[in-house]
Design a protein. Structure first.
Lengths: 148, 569
């Protein structure tokens, strides 16, 4: 899967400010709204929070994969975000989440949505890559890292 | 009276009624109508009989339904019960015809259409990605099996048949071709039952069988061409044979190449029609068209049909086409097997029983050694090599089609046609127990490195409280993969085994009663886990939603109230 096509400086956020799970999700959505990727902020937020309500997407080793399906978008929207200090995300290993891979995809439309999450999280399995993501200064470094 | 007895009684009454109507109409109707009535009555008897025999073979004899359909043909055909003069009819329902084929041209025509549908579907089901993935070991194994089986089949004919004096004689060529085609359906069913589908032997067999089919059909194309030349009275002219082989091979390569290249464009064009049923109909029309072209080019019709199926097999429409055409397949293909069974004349085989047994033995050896030796060289141990060979044993529809073509072109007689059918029966019946037995014991690999890539897999196994929930989740998972633009391919119509593919991602899903098993490489574990996880969450939500409904007891009472009271409106 070509991750290069789905990543750009408009959807990589390395300096999240928020301190709770909900706020983190909200902040990422707001930034995507600001860059024009999402039109209906509330619908998008609702879809992602709805999925979190069913079960947290906090995985292991500081990775979280918030995602949702909603017709507020007409194609797959992705984002990679970092909060170096970490926030409690109700993760499987109870550790704070630091790297967030978010996707929002339209309902009833085919596309490699889960595959994007899988491909990214596969890369993040490697502790060295995780360190590099956390210490990245610019979105370009992340794009390069994901296309190595 | 039990349901079976009632069913048989209805069948007999219907038959008598049909025969009676036939007799009363027969004298007053002109030729065409008479022939049509005969055809319809024959079809009626065939369609019902194949179903009964199919059920008996599957349910009571634990054999594939196909063998039952073939057997139904023996029983009701012109060489058995079909030749009995029915009192009201004053003639047999399946009279012995003095022509090359013992059945009417109309009935044979239906069988030909069935064979085109069968090969079109076989082409559609061809699993090219699996083949390409395991192609190296698989092709060597498949190639070995085809070469040795062809050579042994042809050689036995030359050595033992008095009227066959050359390796290039049509009868010898047909007997060689007949022993090449493997029917992987039986093997796939056995492997899935003993849970060895994704073993190194399993994947090698599946990949080998793809090449086997393709090569078998290419060889058939060449053999039909050569035998037509031979029958027209010319001697062995290597120049002409070369030309025919080139033409056959050329037709194959060009059509398959064009088919695969233009499949996406064709699919786009077909999608413009929008109605899935119309798309399926048009696709089948293309298959018939290419079948006709192949025959005009001096090849067999089924080659065209197979190429059309193969071309469409890698498009996203393949699954939809298979589903839409499933009904046509289910109706026509048993008729094909039954008609083939009808053409077996056991009395013509009296003189060549010994030959038949030797031929069968060598057909078995051809596959065991032809596939086993290359498998051994490629890194399997003796046990593994034997498993691969045994897996390639079953013969099926392609063998029958080849035999049918041989019989209709006069290249082989009724005796050899019978030998082909007996070989098919023996190989298909003995293969499953041999295969099951051979998989007992340890590892089949000598060289662990060879298939390391395939072996380093991970398995996700989920058990659900009931078969219904497992089936529900299974269909949801498959749909989720389709939504992710994966190509989902059901391996055989009877079992619940699926290959899920996209680019280099390869996943096998097997549902057995209450369990779902997903096999893939460690690399793709993330994807499979995430997809399954989402579907489990959906199930959880669905169950919660059910609880929010009115209580089930209340719904039950509401629905049941009034069912047995008289004051209903």
């Amino acid at each position: 899967m070509n991750l290069r096509k789905l990543l750009s400086k408009d959807n990589i956020f390395l300096d999240l400010k928020s301190n709770t799970k909900e706020e983190i999700i909200e902040e990422i959505i707001d930034r995507l709204v600001a860059s024009g990727k999402i039109k209906d902020r509330n619908a998008a937020l609702k879809a992602i929070l709805e999925r979190e309500r069913k079960m947290s997407t906090g995985m292991e080793n500081g990775i979280a994969l918030p995602h949702g399906k909603n017709n507020s978008v007409d194609k797959l929207i992705t984002a990679i975000a970092v909060k170096k200090e970490g926030v409690d995300f109700d993760s499987i290993d109870k550790k704070p989440a630091k790297i967030f891979v978010l996707t929002l995809s339209p309902l009833n439309r085919t596309g490699p949505h889960i595959q994007f999450l899988a491909e990214t999280s596969k890369l993040l399995r490697d502790s060295e890559t995780r360190e590099k993501v956390l210490s990245a200064k610019t979105p370009k470094e992340i794009i390069r890292l994901f296309n190595e | 009276m039990s349901i079976y007895k009632r069913f048989v009684l209805i069948f007999v009454i219907l038959l008598l009624f049909a025969v009676y109507s036939y007799a009363s109409i027969e004298e007053s109707k002109p030729e065409m109508e008479h022939r049509m009535i005969t055809l319809i009555l024959q079809l009626a008897v065939i369609v019902i009989t194949v179903r009964i025999f199919g059920v008996i073979f599957r349910r009571y004899l634990k054999q594939p339904g196909v063998l039952g359909e073939l057997f139904a043909g023996f029983v009701i055909g012109p060489y058995a019960l079909g030749s009995i003069i029915l009192p009201i009819l004053n003639q047999p329902l399946f009279p012995k015809l003095g022509t090359v084929l013992p059945v009417t041209p109309e009935l044979y025509g239906i069988a030909v259409i069935a064979s085109i549908v069968l090969l079109f579907m076989a082409g559609l089901e061809t699993d090219l990605p699996t083949f390409l993935r395991f192609s190296f070991v698989g092709s060597i194994v498949g190639l070995g099996g085809v070469i040795l089986s062809f050579f042994l089949g042809d050689m036995i004919a030359v050595l033992l048949l008095p009227n066959v004096d050359s390796f290039m004689a049509p009868a010898a060529l047909f007997l060689g071709t007949l022993s090449t085609a493997t029917s992987v359906g039986i093997t796939a069913r056995v492997l899935s039952e003993i849970r060895k589908m994704s073993s190194p032997e399993g994947v090698t067999i599946l990949a080998g069988a793809v090449l086997d089919d393709v090569l078998g059909i290419v060889i058939l194309a060449v053999v039909v061409g050569i035998s037509r030349l031979g029958l027209s009275g010319a001697g062995v002219d290597w120049g002409k044979i070369g030309l025919i082989a080139l033409k056959a091979f050329g037709f194959w390569v060009i059509c398959t190449g064009l088919g695969i290249v233009f499949a996406t464009r064709l699919t786009r064009w077909l999608k413009w029609i929008k109605s899935p049923d119309a798309i399926a109909g048009v696709s089948l029309g293309f298959a018939l068209f290419l079948a006709g072209l192949a025959e005009m080019a001096g090849l067999a019709m089924i080659i065209g049909a197979y190429i059309m199926g193969l071309s469409l097999s890698q498009t996203d429409m393949a699954d939809e086409l298979r589903n839409r055409l499933h009904g046509v397949y289910q109706f026509l293909v048993p008729i094909f097997f039954c008609v083939m069974g009808m053409m077996v004349n056991f009395s013509a085989m009296k003189g060549i029983i010994i030959f038949g047994l030797i031929y069968t033995l060598f057909a078995i050896l051809g596959k065991i050694l032809g596939c086993g030796i290359p498998a051994y060289i490629m890194g399997f141990n003796l046990k593994g090599a034997f498993r691969v060979g045994a897996g390639m044993l079953p013969r099926g529809e392609v063998t029958l089609i080849i035999a049918g073509i041989g019989l209709s072109t006069g290249a082989i007689g009724q005796d050899m046609f019978g030998v082909a059918v007996v070989t098919l029966l023996v190989a298909s019946i003995i293969a499953p127990p041999i295969l099951v037995k051979s998989f007992e014991g340890g590892n089949g690999l000598r060289n662990e490195n060879l298939l390391k890539k395939e072996e380093k897999g991970c398995q996700i196994k989920l058990e659900f409280p009931s078969v219904h929930i497992a089936s529900f989740i299974c269909s949801r998972i498959l749909q989720a993969f389709r939504n992710e633009e994966f190509f989902v391919h059901r391996l055989n119509i009877e079992g619940q085994i699926y290959h899920i593919k996209k680019e280099d991602i390869f996943i096998t899903l097997i549902q057995r009663d209450k369990t779902i098993e997903l096999n893939t490489s460690t690399e793709n574990k993330h994807l499979v886990s995430l997809i399954v996880l989402e579907e489990i969450l959906e199930l959880k939500e669905l169950l919660e939603a059910v609880h929010k409904l009115k209580s089930p007891e209340y719904l039950y009472t509401e629905l049941a109230t009034g069912l047995f009271s008289e004051d209903e409106e």
